[in-house]
Design a protein around this ligand. Structure first.
Ligand SMILES: [Ca+2]
Length: 306
């Protein structure tokens, strides 16, 4: 859920993995806690149980012409939907149709199952499509809708690629822009890494040229030799270079791939990495990722790119 700036709770989760992860787009579930509706309900079910992050709570509609939908409250680039039905012991739900669109009056079917789907997650993949509503209907007159979980996966975007950069000093030709040139092979002499001179404190930053809600930062360290120089790194973020605040800290030494996630996203124009290791500072790539729906500082939302 994207919240206004004043309500942001800063939560950061840092993970260092041993494996090398190449550049790619990530996905997040944008249906969580969004408004929902359903044709009818029975027992003590509620249509919101389908988007409550709890796969054990389910919603049931057993009248005629059943449907359930979620309103994502904004247009997201959606390319995957995961549907978890209910009740393997007495499978229900026939002729289930999954539909997406920008309005409830103009939906396009992206999946259809003649038989019951049961409590096994079904994954639907389709070309990245601007989507606000996901509606699941039974095309059978008395076909029930029994859903325990629906995930609507939206793509997030790399926003640091070829943006302006700077670093505290420069070793040889290993300039600051090499942190965002998308050459992320983790070998120094491949030419895709930046490096400063040796100093007690070094820094590198990228100017995103606008305030974005930063959702994740990924860094690729060199993996050939001297990787252990990358340690004691503070991740600073903010709207101007004079007002940066610490949002994460990596004691390191970093593995080849490290990322920090801010689940609620942090609005920032600058991402600055400060290394206090009395050494050279090098990294091969710094990827800053956002949701593609941007919440501006005034709280309004806009669609970034197409
Ligand atoms: Ca690079």
């Amino acid at each position: 859920m994207i919240v206004s700036v004043g309500l942001l709770v800063i939560v950061a989760v840092t993970t260092t993995d041993a494996g090398y992860v190449p550049y790619n787009l990530g996905k997040i579930n944008v249906a969580v806690y969004k408004p929902v509706n359903q044709s009818s309900t029975i027992w003590d079910s509620d249509p919101s149980f389908v988007v409550d992050r709890n796969t054990q709570t389910c919603s049931y509609a057993h009248e005629a012409h059943n449907w359930w939908y979620v309103d994502l409250e904004a247009d997201y680039p959606v390319g995957e939907i995961n549907v978890l039905g209910c009740c393997d012991s007495h499978k229900r739900g026939y002729n289930i149709s999954v539909n997406i669109g920008l309005s409830l009056d103009n939906l396009t079917e992206v999946a259809f199952w003649p038989g019951p789907i049961g409590k096994t997650e079904q994954t639907i993949n389709f070309p990245n499509t601007k989507t606000r509503y996901v509606k699941i209907v039974s095309k059978k007159y008395y076909g029930s809708i029994d859903l325990c979980d629906v995930k609507v996966m939206a793509y997030i975007e790399h926003i640091s690629y070829y943006k302006p950069t700077n670093q505290s000093s420069q070793y040889g030709g290993y300039a600051s822009y090499k942190g965002v040139d998308q050459l992320d092979y983790p070998v120094f002499y491949s030419g895709g890494c930046f490096q400063t001179l040796k100093a007690e404190t070094n820094w590198w930053y990228v100017d995103l040229e606008a305030i974005y809600p930063v959702w994740q930062i990924q860094v690729i360290n060199r993996d050939d030799s001297f990787a252990d120089r990358a340690k004691n790194i503070t991740v600073m973020m903010g709207d101007s270079l004079d007002t940066l605040t610490q949002q994460a800290y990596w004691a390191g030494p970093l593995g080849v791939y490290t990322h920090v996630t801010f689940p609620d996203a942090i609005p920032a124009r600058y991402v600055k990495l400060v290394q206090r290791a009395n050494d050279y500072f090098h990294l091969c790539e710094v990827r800053v990722l956002t949701n593609r729906v941007i919440t501006l500082v005034d709280g309004s939302k806009t669609w970034y790119g197409e």
